[in-house]
Design a binder for this molecule. Sequence first.
Ligand SMILES: Cc1ncc(COP(=O)(O)O)c(C=O)c1O
Length: 392
Amino acid sequence: MFNSFAAPPVDAILALSQAFRADQRPGKTDLGIGVYKDSAGATPVMRAVKAAEKRVWQSEGSKAYLGLGGDETFAQAIDDLVLGAAVDRARVRSIQTVGGGAAVRLICDMLVEGGAKTIWVPSPTWLNHIPIARSAGLVVREYAYLDHVTSAIAFERMLQDLAQAEAGDVVLIHGCCHNPSGVDLEATQWTELASLLSKRGLLPFIDIAYQGFGDGLDQDAAGLRHIAAQLPEVAIATSCSKNFGVYRDRVGTAILLGQDAAGADRAKAVLLAKGRVNYSFPPNHGAATVATILNDPTLAADWREELESMRKRMVGTRAVFATALRQATNSDRFDFVSRQKGMFSLIGLEPAALQKLQSEHAIFMPPDGRMNVAALRETDVERVAAAIAAVA
Ligand SMILES: Cc1ncc(COP(=O)(O)O)c(C=O)c1O
């Protein structure tokens, strides 16, 4: 049997990482993989994470199983971070998951069990959304999101597309720092979207994987909180991979908002059952670390400060890079880079230009041109801008 397997579809980002590792040229630059890097090009462990890990190690007296939903103090702390004061906790239930990716999967499984047939996802969206939704059994339809000409939101087309959705359909929305475009909805657009969802009986599923990377922790959750306050049922997938930098520790939550406590309880039970037949229990270490930080005012303040300095570095890099591109190309073609949010921008180069960037300039980006702006070191800015100008 094993020899008969066809190779699974290539994951463009993982393939790019492999090509990058195999490349022997000095000065090669990886702008593909989705991890934050500091100005030295490193992805260090955050200060509060290191301190909290020590406390977890010192205080942990047992490694016996926790419940299927993991660490409840962790899940509640994430509820507070994400929802703020927007909703009454009586209708909120949440569980710890194996990163944000597993939260997306378990929520899709739960939605299928609840009778959902179709999920609408933005075009474009995170590389993994469509495969996860399909493997859970959902039919995937795309709604317009990015206007590739202006590199801004295609809001009118988005509303037109979603007007075709049928009651009970699920609409996946990026909470902030849209991956891969960096283009987010404005406050008024969130309001319009909320009323369309409500009018048409659509179920919002918000994936928030970059809270704190855009405009700040509360600002990045404002749209999500509006939807949460307005709609009767909402599903939310969160990830601590980026904002706590605990990528490999696999830390996330699935949050469900029901019409009332009974509905939320029923949905949570389905979610737990889906986890049980998948990975059983989520791992403890990363979630315990994050809970330790969020439940300790000193560690939490230090984490917020370091996160804010990461955010400011990304905002600053975007501004400097946009200026360098303006000078290198003698045009405003890439000005959008400074207006976008979070780690990613779609740089808008043709596949052949991206190929040249890799072969002639040792600059690696995936075939869709998703650039990790957060991976640019100050010392790379001029060289990368000149290379883009040369191939564009
Ligand atoms: C939009 C989005 N959702 C979810 C995730 C999942 O992250 P993880 O499973 O590493 O927590 C990512 C990671 O890149 C993402 O970009």
